[in-house]
Design a protein around this ligand. Structure first.
Ligand code: PLP
Length: 207
């Protein structure tokens, strides 16, 4: 089933060659094993503890496995997070930047941008982005590889993907983490390099 879903997802790539992050949060073990059997090696998780439980024991069997943190990160969990994850998509504040820098100075990170200026949503606002980017790269010399966003539910996603693309270009940041099951095809049109797809690949999440 996952092989079929993978084929369907790739049908919409057209000429793009994105990195597909298989979002495995809240998926049962048999689906995880099926994805590994299908050759998928890049997975996304949004909770540190859940990711440790799902992946720590599998890491030794799959040396080429890459795990991406795509959910909010508390500073007191950074130490554990950087031991498991290979990439963090949710860098959005100075305190977190300092903590990641302390424990894993070379960690590849995406800055999460709150393009919709939504109060309840994580991410740095567009007006603070340039300063924050300079803080991360110049003051801390961090490895910032891209920008990430999650568009508001009720807005046309393309508007937000376009904004993120524009800022990445302006700052010469190479990668864009944008697009989920419902809108990755749109994200690809705006230059997404990393798409985060969960339910369209695995089916609905449990719980
Ligand atoms: C859960 C999640 C996804 C995947 O969502 P789907 O709609 O199931 O593809 C992508 N990005 C983030 C940040 C998520 O939390």
């Amino acid at each position: 089933m996952i092989t079929d879903n993978l084929r369907d997802i790739r049908k919409n790539y057209e000429n793009a060659h994105p990195e597909l992050i298989a979002v495995s949060k809240k998926q049962p073990d048999d689906k995880i094993d099926e994805a590994l059997d299908a050759g998928i090696r890049i997975f996304g998780e949004n909770r540190v503890q859940e990711a440790i439980e799902r992946w720590e024991h599998r890491k030794s069997s799959y040396p080429d496995l890459k795990l991406h943190l795509i959910g909010p990160l508390q500073t007191n969990k950074v130490k554990h997070a950087v031991q498991l994850f290979d990439c963090i998509h949710t860098l959005d504040r100075k305190k977190l930047a300092r903590a990641i820098h302390t424990h894993a100075p070379d960690m590849p990170c995406f800055i999460q941008v709150n393009t919709g200026e939504e109060e309840q949503k994580a991410g740095i606002s567009l007006s603070d982005l340039i300063n924050f980017y300079q803080f991360c790269t110049t003051d801390l010399n961090m490895n910032i590889i891209g920008l990430m966003c999650i568009p508001p539910r009720d807005a046309p996603a393309g508007l937000h993907f376009g904004l993120l693309h524009k800022y990445a270009k302006k700052l010469s940041i190479p990668h864009l983490s944008m697009g989920m099951s419902g809108d990755y095809d749109i994200a690809l049109k705006y230059g997404a390099t990393h798409i985060r797809v969960g339910s369209k690949l695995f089916g609905e999440r449990t719980k």
